[in-house]
Design a protein around this ligand. Structure first.
Ligand code: SF4
Length: 371
């Protein structure tokens, strides 16, 4: 896909109109030849993409195929998922394992970076493979499923680590597990007294909503607080099937949060980002994090400078309900943690503060309390 600025072309949300959506194709596309046959890449791109496929996984499931506008060469859905030979070029600033999971892995499948929470990665398969993924060198359809013994060791680690209050299931995508295996994990975590929260991070509700079945909802039943953090980057990802899946999850008592990545050519404008957050909220999903791109190999075409990200968010302040406001964060390299990136509306002036009005941009003095 060509590089470019944000796609702000207005699109009706699929499923929001009275027209019946087109029938979704039936199969996940997993190699360049299949992408060519589906008209998603030109035939002369296939040989370059064959080399790419030796390193990075490809998957474009039916629900995502149905969202792609083939007539738009800068389609923001295609840009997220259709491979590009530019991924074979590693920029000097890019690095493997940009969030440094490896040094914080006490047992296979667990990442313990912060005192009160830890990741559990039961598998590394996903419903789609995002071209900007920070774990792109390890995720794939046949990698990373913990063996029974490894999974039990990881669950035992949670039971033996009382300072950890929150278990975060990620991967890969934990909703790619069978309901039976997912239910086992949720039950084991639910039986650990010091865990208050179980959180899952997933693309499934938007990329493979057909997986949200009654069996899967039953697997998520727990007396713990259970949050599902849905990853989506464009308003059109909240099509009718995705909204129905999210409604079913909400009906099952799952609290829904949203996480997004700021991506050039996908959502790097106030209009695109504002529509994304509004679409999330309309689907019962509270925007939680907006991530600055992690500099994984071959992802440079997606990077938006922090200065541009701050300006986009500043333009939205006051125009968008506060419910829609996520925290814009950078995961610092070396495992140093997530740092909020602003924008700031207050600057210190001695003991006073100058606070900028979000609507008029005019700073007002907020004097320090007397004494
Ligand atoms: S779903 Fe998440 S882990 Fe999987 S490829 Fe996309 S960003 Fe990476």
């Amino acid at each position: 896909m060509p590089d470019g600025s944000a796609n702000t072309k207005p699109h009706a949300l699929p499923g929001a109109s009275d027209r019946a959506p087109p029938a979704a194709p039936a199969r996940t596309l997993r190699d360049p030849a299949a992408l060519v046959r589906a008209g998603l890449v030109p035939a002369d791109a296939a040989s370059g993409l064959e080399r790419l496929a030796e390193t990075y996984a490809i998957a474009v499931p039916p629900a995502v195929q149905a969202l792609i506008d083939r007539a738009d060469p800068a389609d923001p859905i295609a840009r997220q998922y259709i491979p590009d030979v530019a991924e074979l070029d590693t920029a000097p600033q890019e690095r493997s394992d940009p969030t440094s999971d490896a040094p914080f892995t006490p047992v296979r499948g667990v990442v313990h970076r912060y005192p009160d929470r830890a990741l559990l990665k039961p598998l590394l398969a996903c419903p789609v493979y995002c071209r900007f993924c920070f774990r792109r060198e390890v995720v794939g359809p046949d990698g990373g499923l913990l063996s029974e013994a490894e999974l039990e060791a990881a669950l035992d680690w949670f039971a033996a680590t009382p300072e950890v209050r929150e278990a975060i299931l990620t991967g890969g995508d934990p909703l790619m597990l069978s309901p039976r295996r997912l239910g086992h994990i949720i039950r084991r975590l639910s039986a650990i007294p010091h865990l208050d929260i179980i959180r899952l991070h997933s693309r499934v509700p938007v990329a493979a909503p057909e997986r949200i079945t009654p069996d899967l909802l039953a697997a998520l039943e727990t007396e713990k607080a259970l949050f599902l953090c849905v990853h989506a980057n464009h308003a059109r990802e909240f099509a009718g099937p995705a909204r129905a899946a999210l409604r079913a999850l909400a009906g099952a008592g799952v609290a829904l949060l949203g996480q997004s990545v700021l991506l050039r050519g996908v959502n790097n404008s106030p209009e695109a980002l504002g529509e994304l957050f509004r679409a999330m909220l309309a689907a019962r999903v509270k925007p939680y994090y907006l991530h600055q791109l992690d500099r994984a190999p071959g992802t440079a075409r997606f990077e938006v400078p922090i200065s541009e990200g701050r300006a986009i968010l500043r333009a939205l302040r006051g125009r968008l309900t506060g419910l829609a406001w996520p925290t814009y964060v950078l995961d610092l390299p070396g495992g140093a943690g997530k740092a909020p990136l602003g924008p700031d509306f207050a600057v210190a002036d001695g003991a006073d503060w100058l606070v900028e009005g979000p609507l008029d941009g005019v700073p007002q003095r907020h004097a320090a309390p007397p004494g």
